[in-house]
Ligand binder design. Structure first.
Ligand SMILES: *Cc1c(COP(=O)(O)O)cnc(C)c1O
Length: 225
């Protein structure tokens, strides 16, 4: 069978991850590629699935439902794992808990309450990460670093198990500084997972112990709008 562009991209990213791991003495088995399928034509996603990839990221709940549920893809590939990597509105929590295996963007107490309530109702326990707005950018969601401690205290008291942290560094700053900061925070609170690094900077996230790298355009090409 002839290899498609997308499958070729997956091979290239896989080998870049392995090469970077060798360089920094990291274990590639500890790094999961979250293939960001948002705003991509479904044909490209099917190529990824045929290549054997199973972990995908979406940033908007309704779009994820279209791509994965309405299309029948989730039925055809029941072992697909979906990560929510965009901000979550309280009124979409029901759908999010039903669809996602990992919610990377917990960032406020009201969301913690809503997610917990749905997890109990649906008897589902998606992995939960807290998104940290490491650059303290006005327009970005995520908890600011100074409020992480109280949010973690809140999740602990409420009974929501937080397994990791996620960040999206500001465009105009070196990502490595933000990755190092996120790593420091994860160490401080003994959190296992670190979701950081995208198409242009995942190689910087690997030596800083990323466990999840979220890659869109380097795998699928430019997004359509
Ligand atoms: C879109 C998106 C990505 C993927 O970005 P690329 O530059 O295409 O790799 C990663 N993380 C988040 C949170 C995103 O919204």
């Amino acid at each position: 069978m002839m290899e498609t562009n997308i499958q070729n991209n997956f091979k290239e990213i896989d080998s870049k991850v392995r090469r970077t791991c060798r360089k920094w003495n990291e274990d590639p088995d500890h790094i999961e590629i979250v293939a960001v399928s948002k705003k991509q034509p479904i044909e490209r996603i099917i190529e990824a699935l045929e290549y054997g990839h199973r972990t995908f990221g979406e940033n908007i709940v309704q779009n994820a439902q279209k791509m994965w549920v309405d299309s029948g893809l989730k039925d055809r590939y029941p072992d697909v794992k979906l990560h929510l990597i965009g901000s979550l509105q309280t009124n979409k929590v029901k759908e999010a808990v039903a669809l996602f295996d990992c919610i990377e963007t917990i960032d406020r107490p009201t969301l913690v309450d809503a997610v917990l309530k749905e997890m109990k109702k649906q008897k589902k326990t998606p992995l939960c990460f807290i998104q940290v707005n490491t650059g303290e950018e006005e327009q970005k969601s995520g908890v600011v670093p100074s409020e992480l401690s109280s949010l973690l205290q809140y999740t602990e008291e409420s009974g929501l198990d937080i397994k990791g942290l996620m960040c999206i560094p500001p465009h105009n700053e070196p990502s490595g500084l933000h990755f190092a900061f996120l790593k420091k925070l994860a160490d401080e609170y003994a959190l296992e997972y670190l979701s950081m690094g995208m198409s242009h900077d995942f190689e910087k996230a690997i030596p800083l112990k990323a466990t999840h790298i979220r890659i869109g355009t380097a795998l699928f090409g430019e997004r359509t709008d």
